[in-house]
Design a protein around this ligand. Structure first.
Ligand code: GLY
Length: 331
């Protein structure tokens, strides 16, 4: 059973909290947030906050621990998503990710900080932590995106090591897939999900990270939304941040994360902004076999989400709690 299936099943049962003490929050820090399938209560206004796609509680807790100790949001999101990149059981991100049609694991990632700095890599192969290469692109080059061979050369020059990222499990599944080459996406499960993480630190600064192995069995060279600033991730420290998961092509065509942030700038709540961004997709294309989910956080620390299909889960850390929630959905 894929780890994502386990996550989804687990999320239906999860409503527990893990105590993390010693952190001061601004307002309403102890308010309960119900975990209700398909329905969430309004998010509390409180910072710090960490929120990430799917049920990656360990990643969220890693990020939270950095923020709890006074660290920066940019460090929190990088270190948090690295845990998922390194997990061979997560077949949608990093090491162990499902390959393209030709058996190549190709990775996309981007990162953005509170000052509007951004870095990204796409079509990167054989490097376990694309998010850290993206951060190096942001900090050590005059560019925003490096792709393919150039991204790999840059990573090696920065001391990253090449390694084979195709695990036996993903190789076996790919061999099986090749018998039929059926390219129909399986919603919420095999074909497209991503970890996107947003964090607000104790100073009130917002950063985000997004990393994926992309659509399983994609055409060689395909790049999704995840490394594209404005599509898979966007941060504006005056307003908030947003990130996306699901079918990257739909997110790219609507510049989804930028749209969510701009809608929040216009006064929409994070939930409302995510919903409006999903509705833009629904109005323009057949969404029956297509999942997209958005997460957002505003400057006050209110969080929100919306997806096309049910089954999109996410994790929120606020004050002393880690909570898994089900996103609101159109269907
Ligand atoms: N959202 C990830 C991808 O489509 O590649």
């Amino acid at each position: 059973m894929s780890s994502r299936r386990k996550f989804i099943r687990g999320s239906l049962l999860s409503s527990f909290a893990i105590a993390m003490s010693g952190l001061k929050s601004c307002t309403n820090a102890n308010a309960e947030e119900a975990v209700t399938k398909g329905k969430t209560t309004p998010s509390t206004k409180s910072i710090p906050t960490v929120i990430s796609t799917w049920n990656n509680r360990v990643a969220n807790e890693k990020a939270w621990s950095i923020i709890e100790n006074g660290g920066r949001a940019i460090d929190a999101v990088e270190q948090g998503v690295k845990l998922v990149e390194a997990d061979p059981e997560d077949q949608s991100v990093g090491y162990g990710g499902r390959p393209d049609r030709d058996g190549n694991v190709t990775l996309d990632a981007c990162i953005m900080d509170e000052a509007g700095n951004a870095g990204a890599v796409c079509f990167l192969q054989n490097i376990k932590h694309p998010i850290s290469v993206a951060r190096k692109v942001m900090e050590d080059t005059p560019h925003v995106i490096l792709a393919g061979e150039g991204a790999l050369k840059f990573a090696l020059s920065e001391g990253f090591k090449e390694e084979d990222l195709l695990t036996e499990l993903s190789r076996n599944e790919w061999e099986e897939w090749r018998k039929t080459s059926d390219y129909k996406p399986k919603i919420n499960i095999e074909n497209h999900d991503t970890i996107g993480m947003l964090a607000i630190d104790q100073a009130g600064n917002i950063s985000g990270a997004c990393t994926t192995s992309g659509l399983a069995y994609k055409m060689q060279g395909r790049v999704g939304d995840s490394p594209i600033i404005g599509a898979g991730l966007y941060i504006d420290n005056e307003v908030g941040g947003a990130t996306a998961t699901g079918m990257g092509e739909a997110v790219l065509k609507s510049v989804g994360s930028f749209l969510v942030v701009e809608l929040m700038r216009q006064g929409k709540s994070p939930d409302e902004a995510c919903k409006e961004a999903v509705m833009r997709i629904i109005k323009k294309q057949d969404y029956k076999d297509l999942q997209v989910g958005y997460l957002a956080v505003n400057k006050a620390g209110e969080t929100g989400s919306y997806s096309i299909h049910p089954g999109f889960t996410y994790v929120v850390n606020k004050a002393s709690k880690t909570q898994t929630k089900d996103a609101l959905s159109y269907l």
